[in-house]
Ligand binder design. Structure first.
Ligand SMILES: [Zn+2]
Ligand SMILES: [Zn+2]
Length: 276
């Protein structure tokens, strides 16, 4: 169990839609949600179905002053929002960030339209925490406390998405999902962001062999993740945003391969804790 004060915890690792059943028990079926602890600071990335479980561990604890960064607002990355208990605690203060929205569209509006009758029974006004919605332009550097730097870049995804790099205490974690690569032309935005990073969490929805059938769907492959890490001198890859059709046995196979080609790399699963 990691003992340091810079820790990543995976609460949801699936792409597209949550999935349960005997074929996904070991890697888990919740959609994207990541917790970062930088000393006293709490940073969340995406609010897929997995974020509910994190919320349950935080509910009733100390008051929170925290940031939630969205890669984007596709359903699998926001569906956990209304079920996140810390939003219902008036002692808490939350800043929600998005960098992918077209000009004139605010994050407040997107959340309001997602939690709207008849798609959802109650609006975001039911949240009792102090909620702040903030937009930024990809490429901006954000701050989450005096010692935590959050760099951003635009990703290649339908409706846009934002990649993040968090630097704290001389270490770094990158979170890059959802994004599609162009075969043979490594993404310069990503190479710049992940240069020398200690840990890269990357959209590995497909394998290279599968990719030909999904060109234009907005996702990448674990092999491209390896190529990017090697080219940028990043140390470890966490395979993330698994296709719901990729069962435990298949992910075991990827885990074996990736451990050989980029030692220290892993396939993310619900509950996994890593130190950058
Ligand atoms: Zn997604
Ligand atoms: Zn998406």
């Amino acid at each position: 169990m990691p003992s340091g004060d810079f820790v990543v915890r995976f609460w949801g690792v699936r792409g597209s839609i949550a999935c349960s059943g005997p074929r996904t028990v070991r890697y888990g079926g919740n959609t994207s949600s990541l917790e970062l602890r930088c000393g006293e600071r709490l940073l969340l990335f995406d609010a897929g179905s997995g974020v509910r479980y994190l919320g349950n561990t935080l509910a009733g604890g100390a008051a929170l002053d925290a940031d939630l960064f969205f890669t984007h607002t596709h359903f699998d990355h926001v569906c956990g929002l209304p079920f996140f208990r810390p939003f219902f605690d008036p002692r808490n203060r939350w800043r929600l960030w998005a960098g992918h929205l077209a000009e004139g569209i605010t994050l407040r509006r997107v959340v309001g339209e997602f939690m709207m009758s008849p798609l959802f029974p109650v609006p975001p006004q039911v949240f009792r925490a102090r909620m702040e919605y903030r937009e930024f332009i990809p490429g901006e550097t954000l701050r989450a406390g005096p010692e935590v730097t959050v760099r951003t870049t635009a990703l290649n995804h339908p409706d846009g998405a934002t990649g993040y790099r968090v630097d704290y205490a001389g270490r770094s974690v990158c979170y890059l999902t959802d994004t599609e690569h162009v075969p043979g032309a490594p993404d310069r935005n990503i190479l710049g962001l992940i240069a020398g990073a200690d840990l890269v969490v990357y959209d590995c929805m497909y394998t290279d062999a599968e990719y030909d059938s999904y060109v234009g769907w907005g996702h990448s492959t674990w092999q491209e993740g390896v190529r990017l890490c090697r080219a940028a001198g990043a140390k470890r890859l966490a395979v993330f945003h698994h296709d719901p059709e990729h069962d435990d046995d298949m992910l075991d196979g990827i885990a074996r391969e990736i451990a050989q080609v980029l030692p220290g790399s892993v396939v993310a699963r619900d509950g996994l804790v890593l130190e950058p």
